[in-house]
Design a protein around this ligand. Structure first.
Ligand code: C2E
Ligand code: CA
Ligand code: CA
Ligand code: CA
Length: 277
């Protein structure tokens, strides 16, 4: 038994070393990617359910790795947050997204609003964020009233007082705030009421099994009621079927985003969709 334990230990230890080395490698690559701005922005249209017109786009980052190809944000955002480089990535994405958004507007197409995902983890720690944001706004000359900053419910609650301060600064620049993944964070409504937010995004986990799942149906209705009572705008994400869109409209949610309408699109594909190519 002793022998076995030892072999086992050696096995795990080898595995762990391999994992650790892989991590060191990807960490190095990620820092390098930031230096070289190896990130591309894709845009997923947001839709008015009633007439299916585009009322906005959400910017979603992709890592264009020179050897490995396109890497999804779920594969590197958590690591970027952990090692403290997420702010640099968000900055690159904001810059590129705003530039494309303004360019499309200048070519005569109004995309509506531009939603940007921003990690609150680092923002809480240092305040370069607002300074950088102001600089990008100045450089791109974007109309700030068209920008929606999306932050996740869980991150907001980490340090509510600091969060409120930063959100108020963002709003004082003319931008709006949306709570992403709403309903997944177990935060109390009295807490949420304190936040300066304009919009709620119903998380895709509530939409996925609609209309069959009765619990999700009830929760979705409850979230719509909350948004109404708090006087907030509302959008549902992860809408994949016509039935889901119809149900949302019936219950009073008028905006949606999801594969039923459009997947996230590269800038070329986006231009094609809106007839700009
Ligand atoms: P998120 O902000 O909740 O974005 C929605 C995700 O759902 C996107 O995944 C989108 O492609 C996907 N999606 C959209 N419609 C549908 C649908 O109908 N069905 C399904 N199953 N999925 C759908 P993506 O692009 O892989 O992004 C994953 C997450 O990475 C985002 O979740 C966001 O939290 C984070 N992220 C993306 N870009 C950025 C960024 O620039 N900065 C930061 N900090 N986070 C980002
Ligand atoms: Ca989002
Ligand atoms: Ca979300
Ligand atoms: Ca479900």
């Amino acid at each position: 038994a002793k022998e076995l334990g030892r072999n086992n230990y050696q096995f795990y230890s080898k595995e762990m070393t391999k994992k650790a080395m892989e991590r060191v490698e990807i960490e190095k690559e990620l820092r390098n990617a930031i230096q070289n701005e190896e990130f591309e922005v894709h845009f997923q249209p947001q839709i008015s359910i009633k007439n299916e017109s585009i009322i906005g786009v959400e910017a979603l980052v992709r890592w264009m790795h020179p050897q490995k190809g396109m890497i999804s944000p779920i594969k590197f955002i958590p690591l970027a947050e952990e090692i403290g480089v997420i702010e640099s990535i968000d900055k690159i994405v904001m810059k590129k997204a705003m530039k494309s958004f303004v360019e499309i507007k200048q070519k005569g197409f109004d995309l509506g609003t531009l939603s940007l995902n921003v990690s609150m983890l680092q923002i809480n720690k240092d305040n370069n964020f607002i300074k950088d944001l102001k600089q990008i706004i100045e450089d791109t000359k974007i109309d700030t009233t068209k920008i929606i900053i999306e932050i996740t419910e869980t991150q907001v609650m980490k340090d509510i007082n600091k969060t409120i301060k930063i959100l108020e600064e963002i709003r004082s620049l003319g931008m709006k705030i949306a709570i992403d993944d709403f309903g997944t964070g177990q935060s109390s409504l009295s807490y949420l009421k304190k936040l300066p937010i304009n919009k709620i995004k119903i998380d895709q986990s509530f939409i996925r099994d609609l209309p069959q799942d009765k619990d999700d149906y009830e929760l979705t209705k409850a979230i719509i009621a909350i948004a109404k009572s708090m006087n907030m705008n509302l959008i549902a994400e992860g809408v994949e079927t016509k039935e889901q869109a119809e149900l949302l409209l019936e219950e009073g949610c008028f905006e949606a985003q999801g594969y039923y309408y459009y997947k996230p699109l590269g800038i070329k594909a986006l231009k094609q969709v809106i007839g700009l190519s």
